[in-house]
Design a protein around this ligand. Sequence first.
Ligand code: PRP
Length: 185
Amino acid sequence: MSQSGTVHEAVQRVLIDSDTLQSRIRELGQQISADHAGQEVTLICILKGSMLFTADLMRTLDVPVVVDFMGISSYGASTKSSGVVKIVKDLEERIEDRHVLVVEDIVDTGLTLNYLLNALTLRKPASLKVCALLEKPARRQVEVKIDYLGFTIDDHFVIGYGLDYNNHYRQLPYIGIIRPEMVSE
Ligand code: PRP
């Protein structure tokens, strides 16, 4: 595949290729399906980064699922470390007494997920679990339980498969490390 003159040029190195992603996602799907046998699951896709992961993950599940979406934004870069996030698009359906699986692309400091789980717990779901594709333990500030995890990665700036830099590169079908010269501080 030629990668010249394309968005692929922003990538210094492919960290997790497409086949590896899909094969791990199939394993996660089997585990989630087995753990939720006899249940109907509400998948909550956290926009925007989780959209590709959610779409692929749900295709591997053989229990009944409904999918809902939540959009969040932190209050600007300087306050991101506070962990206070704003819900900019809320769920359309109630989750009370439902089996809920939050689908995240990446857990970094853990602050976003910690905030979200606290907010969702107040809605009294029957169960509340987390499936994250990636985690960066080096940056963790708050402990959050990830029930289903795709990959643990080192502290690289990663793009692709939903993850962005300035809202770009989400379409890459793999997880890549961005070229440092593409990043402006
Ligand atoms: C990313 C990711 C998580 C959060 C993780 O979202 O999707 O929601 O950051 O970071 P944390 O563990 O340090 O809180 P982002 O704000 O980049 O939004 P996006 O998914 O729309 O790109």
